[in-house]
Design a protein around this ligand. Structure first.
Ligand SMILES: NC(=O)c1ccc[n+]([C@@H]2O[C@H](COP(=O)([O-])OP(=O)(O)OC[C@H]3O[C@@H](n4cnc5c(N)ncnc54)[C@H](OP(=O)(O)O)[C@@H]3O)[C@@H](O)[C@H]2O)c1
Length: 337
């Protein structure tokens, strides 16, 4: 299977790493031989139609910051859309940054690839939160697979879990902690009694919160995930503007202490159901499955046959997120081989 990776940051490099780590396993278990034939970042591309060396790709990126400096096969003078035009491949892995204004450049990458008859795997929330139905229609019309497990909850299984493991159940609603940064901040505020501002600053110093934390702390990132779950699992054709959003920036250490006295925690919860699309701080009981600490994500799917099913896992991380991308690649391979 020939793969193009667009974007070579934390997740793109994670994908190269897991492909390198799992070569023998994938061959023995699935007869799958993934070859990375092109990788793009903002410097250009590395292209080799017989397969790039994954470890050399990661080393080149770490040493120089540019995949275009990959020895002998670097192309500083080419952009990602040209790469999609000129390189022969089977599956696009789209892992450029999430943009929630217009979903670009990912939206154009994904659309072009699908229109060219290629399967697509992405972790990018932007195009999914803004125009899920257009992308799903485009995939259907072109007869290609379009998979995005990593876009919600990183390594926490939820979308394919709902479609495959819970295939016989109707899913009525989903309720979850879908943003690791805010969960980390709220957990530390609860454990240490620290202020929101101080805890955010420390999370930024540790690299857990972004320099510009707006989308995480104001609930936008969780809202994107609610939109993806509403569309893909609940079949609700909604977009980001349909979600009512309130973040955590107004939560005080006093309100957390007050809740704690009553055996409660404040968590940023996202809910998707036919009656509600919402992200807001809510109270959960200490000791409940929602009392997860640190950057963990958790979600409960309310079903007709199996009652409530709760999943928990790492919502971010290079290799962790890449594990979900790899599982999408494997499931496409099972369909195509
Ligand atoms: N990190 C996680 O744990 C995680 C978890 C779940 C989902 N996601 C999503 O996965 C995606 C990737 O995340 P990340 O953490 O890997 O981001 P990142 O570290 O910021 O990497 C983004 C990469 O995209 C490249 N890029 C930007 N514009 C491009 C363009 N026009 N053409 C080609 N490449 C371009 C960047 O190039 P340069 O290197 O040259 O700047 C960089 O290599 C995002 O959409 C994010 O929301 C991330």
């Amino acid at each position: 299977m020939k793969i193009i990776i667009l974007g070579f940051g934390a997740v793109g490099q994670g994908v190269a790493r897991v492909i390198s780590m799992k070569k023998d396993y994938l061959k023995n278990k699935y007869e799958l031989n993934p070859q990375i034939v092109a990788v793009c970042d903002r410097s250009g591309a590395a292209i080799c139609e017989t397969g790039l060396d994954e470890e050399l790709l990661i080393q080149t990126k770490n040493d120089t910051g540019k995949v275009a400096l990959y020895p002998d096969y670097g192309h500083p003078d080419i952009d990602s859309l040209q790469v999609l035009d000129e390189v022969e491949y089977d599956c696009l892995v789209e892992v450029t940054p999430t943009d929630i204004d217009d979903g670009e450049p990912a939206r154009s990458h994904i659309m072009k690839s699908m229109e060219d008859g290629k399967d697509v795997v992405t972790s990018n929330k932007g195009p999914l939160a803004l125009s899920f139905q257009d992308l799903a229609d485009c995939a259907r019309m072109n007869g290609v697979e379009f998979k995005f497990e990593a876009s919600v909850g990183g390594a926490m299984p939820i979308i394919n879990f709902a479609h495959e493991t819970l295939a016989g159940c109707e899913i009525e609603s989903i309720y979850g902690i879908l943003n690791g940064t805010t969960n980390y901040i709220l957990s530390r505020m609860a454990n240490e009694g620290s202020s929101y501002e101080q805890t955010l600053k420390e999370a930024q110093e540790m690299g857990i919160a972004e320099t510009n934390p707006y989308q995480d702390v104001e609930g936008i990132d969780a809202a994107c995930k609610i939109v993806i779950l509403a569309n893909s699992v609940l079949n609700l054709p909604v977009t980001l503007k349909d979600v009512e959003v309130e973040g955590i920036s107004k939560i005080t250490s006093e309100s957390i202490a007050l809740a704690k006295k009553e055996g409660l925690l404040i968590k940023l919860i996202g809910e998707a159901s036919p009656d509600a699309l919402e992200v807001s701080p809510r109270l959960v009981r200490l000791g409940s499955p929602f009392a997860v600490e640190g950057t963990l994500n958790v979600a409960t799917l309310k079903t007709d046959l199996a009652d409530d099913v709760t999943v928990v896992g790492k919502g971010a991380g290079s290799v962790e997120t890449a594990s979900a991308i790899l599982s999408d690649i494997v499931s496409i391979w099972k369909i195509r081989k």
